[in-house]
Design a protein around this ligand. Sequence first.
Ligand code: 9Z3
Length: 361
Amino acid sequence: MTLLGDMEPAEAESVYFNEYPPPKSLPKHEALARAFIDLHVEDKRRVVLVTSGGTTVPLEAQTVRFIDNFSAGTRGATSAEYFLQQGYAVIFLHRQYSLLPYSRHYSHSTNCFLDFMDEASPSADSPNQNHGPIQVRSEYQDEMRDVLRKYRYAKQNNRLLLLPFTTVAEYMFELRAMAKLMRPLGPNALFYLAAAVSDFFIPRSRMAEHKIQSSELPANLDNSSAIGSQEIYTGENEVQPPKSQKKLVVNLDPVPKFLHRLVDGWAPDGSMVVSFKLETDPSLLVYKARTALQRYSHHLVIGNLLSTRKWEVVFITPDPPHERWIRVPKARRSKSISGVEDQVGLAEIQKGGQQQPQPQE
Ligand code: 9Z3
C-alpha cells in the first residue's frame, strides 16, 4: 500500500480527505468565517489565520485514548494579540481549551483568574452587610484594564473569530476550508501556522472502533478490540505476537504534508504563508527550517527549539539575510516568559501594504 506521504500532494489530499468525515462543526465554522471574511474584505482589512495549540491523534474511533503534544497555545494566542494590535482581523483556529488571546493572561493553572480577585469590605450601604463586592486586586488594576479594553475592542469590532479543533484530521479540514474561504482577500490574507501539528497518525481504515482492551475477553464476546487482535497492533504483514503479551504497539503513518497544497492550491494568490518548525536538537533546526522553506516555497519559516522557544527564534527567509536570530534579552526573559512574540515583532513578517490603524479604546 502506498503511504500518503509518498503520493503526489493533490492525490494525497483526495485520499486523506475522503477517508474522514468532515468535522461536525465545519459547516457552522465555515458560515461564521464567510461572514467574518466578507466584512473585512469590504473594509479592505488584512486578515490572518493563526493556528494554535496541539493536535490529537486518536487511537480509537470512539476515542478514549489519544496521542497529544505539549503545546499550550502560548505562541498562537500571544501572536494573535499582536496581530490585532497591528490592525489585522484574526481567525484563531485553535485546539479546544488551549490558551486564547487576552483571556490567556488569566487562565490555566499558572494564571488562575481567582488569584487576581479580592472581596472588598462591605460598605455601610451594602444591601448585604456580610458580602462585599468582588473586585480586581489593586496591584492588577492597570494591567487588567489594558487587557480588558483590547479584548472589548476586538470583540465589539468583530476582529477576532475563535474556531476550535481537537484532532489532527479536524485541523486539516478546518485549515483547508478557511484557506479557500480566504481567497477573496488576495494579498490581504496571511497564514501564521503556529499549531503543533502531529507528524504521525493512524489512518481511519486501521483504527480500532471501540476502546482498546488490555485483557482478553471471553470467547463468546466479540474481542475485536482486545490487544493482540488489534489492527493497530499488527499493522500490515506483521506477525502477531502471542496474546499473552499484553503490549500495545502502535503503528503510525506519516501525516501528509499539506503545506504544499496550502501554498499551491488552497490559499489565495499573493497571500503570505508563515510556518513554524519545532526541533529539540539544535544541530537540526536551521537545516530543517531551510528544507521546509525550499520544499514548500512559502515566505518565512520561524524555527524554534522546545527548550528555548520562549526567548529565541530563528527567521529563515528566501531572501538575504536568509537566517536571522531574534532573542529576548536575558533581563527581560522572566517578564516575557509568555511570549517571545514581543520580540518576533509583526513588523518582521508584514510585507508591503499600508500599516493599519492601531485599535484605540
Ligand atoms: C511551533 O513551533 C510553535 O512555536 C510551538 C509553540 C508549538 C513550539 P507553545 O504553544 O509552543 O507556545 O507552547 N509550532 C510547530 C509547528 C509545526 O508543527 N509545524 C509543522 C512542521 O514543521 C507543520 S507546518 O512540519
